[in-house]
Structure formats: C-alpha cells, structure tokens
Design a protein around this ligand. Sequence first.
Ligand code: MSP
Length: 539
Amino acid sequence: MTRDTYFITTPIYYVNDKPHIGHAYTSIAADVLARWKRLEGKRVFFLTGTDEHGQKVEKAAREAGEAPKPFTDRVSQAFRELTGVIGLSNDDFIRTTEERHYAACQALWRRLVAAGDIYLGHYEGWYAVRDEAFYGPDELTEREGVKYAPSGAPVEWVREPSYFFRLSRWLPELLRRYDLPEGDPERISIAPETRKNEVVAFIRQGLKEFGEGSPKLDLSVSRTSFRWGVPVPGDPDHVMYVWLDALTNYITAAGYPSDPERFAAFWPADLHMVGKDILRFHAIYWPAFLMSAGIAPPRRVFAHGWWTNEGQKISKSLGNVIDPLDLVQRFGLDPVRYFLLREVPFGQDGDFSRKALIARNNGELADTLGNLANRVLSLIQRTCEGRLPEGRPTEAAAALLEPALLAADPRARAIGARKLEELPAVLTAYLDAQDFSGALALVFALVRGGNEYVTQRAPWALRRTDPAEMAAVLRDLHSALRCYATVLQPFMPGTMARLLDQLGVPAEARHFAALAAPLPAGTPLPPPSPLFAKLEDSA
Ligand code: MSP
C-alpha cells in the first residue's frame, strides 16, 4: 500500500539554548529524505519547529532574566534562521506556544480521558529537568551526594499531584506492533535494529518487574509545580507534561483536529527522525498516546547516533559545542551536508573532525565529482562548440554503471537494476532504510568509474581518429553526470543546481522520472566553472 504523500519530521528543538551541530544533523538528514521523496514525485510534508514549554525552558528564561514568552520568541527565531543556514526545505515550522497547538493538545487529552486512560494520582519520584524525564531509583548513580540519570543529568525528588496515563495498558500492543512483518499497515517500524532491541528489552523488563497492567508502569503526564505549559482541560491547576505536549506537535501540524481532510492525507507520519537519546519517547509513549486516542501511530521511527568533537564528548562545560553557522561559513554548506551524511553510517555515533571533513571535500567532492564534471564539460565546450553532442548507441553508459552496481551492490541486485536510469530506484532502497552513507558510497563509486572511463577512452585523442565516437563517449558521460547530479540534489542542493545548469538540464527536468527523456542534441551548455573549492586546514 503506497500513498502519494510522505510526512517526515525532525524533533522539535528545545529553546533553552542556541542551535548546535546535533540539531543541524537531525534536520539535514530529514531534509535529504524530504527532497528525495519530492524528486520521486510524492506530495511531501516536511516539518520542523521548536519545543517551548516545560521546566527546562522556563529555567533558561529565568536565568536569562526574561519572561518565558519573549525568551522563547527570541530563541525560537534562532532555530528558524538555522533552517535557512543549513538549507532546509521544510514546509512548516511549528512552535508549541502557538494557538493551533494548544487546541490539538487539549483535543488529544480529552480523547485520552474518554478512553479511560487518564486518572488522578500523586507522583513521587526522581525527575531530571535537563531531560524532562522521570527515572526509577534503579536507573540512578550517585556522586558527591548528587544523583544522576543514565544520561548524566542530575535528578531531583518531586512530589506533587499528577494525572497519570495508563501506559501499562498499551505495552503488550506495542510489542505486537513492533514485530509485525514489513508492509503490515499496523506495524511500527523502529530502526536501527539494535535500537529496536533496546526498546523491546526496556518494555519487557518493566512488564517482568511489575507485571502486566501494573500502575507502576503508568506515566505521569501533568505537573502542578510550575505554570509554563498547556493547561489540562478542566483542571487548570495542572499543565501537561512537556513530552505529551511536544510529541503532539506532529499531529497539530498535520491538521489535527481542525483539518480532518489534510490530516487523513498525511497522517500517520511516514518517519520520525530522532536522536538515540529521545527514542523511548517516540517509540513507546507517543504511539501509546495515539493508540489510546484512536489515532494511528507513526509508521517508522529512526534513531541516529551522536557526534563527538575531535574525539571529545560535546558539552557546554567543555566549551567545544559546534555552531552550525560557523561550520557553514568556514567550509561551505554543501561540503558540510555531504560530510555529515557520508562520514558515519547513519545510526552509529561518529566523530567530527576538521581533517576528515577536508579530506572528504578535497578527495571526493573536488577531485572526483568536480574533476569529472570539469573534464567532460570542458571537452564538450572545446570540441563540440559548447553544444550537447548527438548520441548513438554505445555500451558506454552501461559500462560506467554495471561493474559497480551489478557486481558489488546488494540493493541493486535485489531489484534487478542494470541501467544508469535505474539508479534512483536503487538509491531509494538505501534511503528508505536511512542508509545515507551507503547511498553516497555507491554514487561516488560510480563517479570514480566515470573518471576511469574518461581516462580509458581518451576522447581528446578520438577527436582526430573517430570524431563520431568521441561525440558518443562525451554524450554518455554527459548522461551519466546528469544522473549523478540528479540523485545528489537532495544532499547538495545548491551545488547540484549549478551542475545541472552547466549540464543544460532545465529546471522542470530535474526529477527522477525525467531521466528517462534524454536532452535534445544541440542543447547549448554554458561554459563550465569549478563546483567545489579545495579546502585547507587553517585551524
Ligand atoms: N525537545 C526535545 C525533542 C522533542 S520532539 C517531540 C529535544 N530537543 S533537543 O533540542 O534536545 O534536540 C534534540 C535533538 O538533537 C535530538 O535528536 C538529539 O539526538 C540531537 N542531538 C543533540 N546533541 C547531539 C549530538 N552531539 N550529536 C547528534 N545529535 C545530537 O530533545
């Protein structure tokens, strides 16, 4: 069952501090998928935004000497500006302090009440403001009289009246849904597999310890000790737990409850892209709230890993937080986007190092892709009067593609892909698995093949001996470059737009299906200019 819509989200970011590389990473990964699905021809809804309630944000406002509202207005604006800096193609930017979001939270709350899944009680236990999360005593460690959560956040003892959500009721159903076969409409897919196993183990452990249906497994979903949140309908002494409020953003933006038609078109979300630290909220609490409310849970949640900086954990106290704006100013946007998705297999932790970024830029972008484009386009300029040469059947394009694709690539073999035009389909298989680095490795293997092909066929020499063969070789290389540029657009939108300009590909012929229609011979090509600058390490 495939829909023509695709709904993808980033987490909404806490506005307690300015944006850093972790935010940029999740957002760029989601952006690549959103752009990919648009090129496939889907109607995409790509959502990002800011998470503005809760104790953590309230505390940050207090420390800045501001009231929460003007504080969140200011910091949220920095995240809105980040979307431009890192080239996001988001269709909406939601703030949890918006009216539409209050309406959605309160509507959802009423559905949970109607389902009999909300009851009033007393919460007594440990809370980490930094994580906005409750922890059990067994999860904590103690150092110098302070107790810490596994995330390293200090916890404090909380005792207050609270509404509870009957999470216990939904745990067996969650386990059932995680295990449904691929393609089952009820399946909740959690990836990578190792993270899914952690989620399952966490639920199983709870069920074993307390027994199915135990109130000990329920979740405190309201607070009375501070005011900065969405009021609980019918009991204004309580504000909603910030994670219930925050997660609801995904349905608010999809049109819940005010626009049922739009909501039906886009919900359930196809993919929630999150970091590994917030998987539990997205894979357990969120689907449980939704199922209780009679709303379909998301189809898939993918948890990516964390970056360190030159081998060190990134933290404010170490003063090594990476500012995405600095990175983009220093290295350029597309090299940064490329590096983040190429360097580390998505899902694993990775180390950010300037040296590694420069090596990728110089070795792969400038010397491999930039070089191929420059060689081919300069030759066409010089030998074909700057016009796209006539093609004629050669085995050239197949020769560029087949060795790498067919011999070595399991995903290509799985779908029986043989031709260059089938590259988007092969890469779709990678991207549907969120394997960005695998997709890029394959494309660059092909680009290397292209360079070897130029060297072997030496079109500049054919100019004298067999001009028609030279034209055919250049034409094949042009088609190959067009294909590489088309599939690389989501990763490096600015530079690939320039390459497609240089290749003479009109704006309306840059989606995947357009690859089936060759450009007419004689299409004028502008004089080429270098795509990527070589970078130096100037510390
Ligand atoms: N507000 C919550 C999310 C609510 S979603 C309904 C939140 N916000 S956050 O501002 O802390 O941003 C979290 C995102 O940044 C997470 O996906 C997290 O994994 C990511 N990262 C934060 N530091 C990171 C690294 N050092 N490396 C990679 N990603 C990291 O959580």
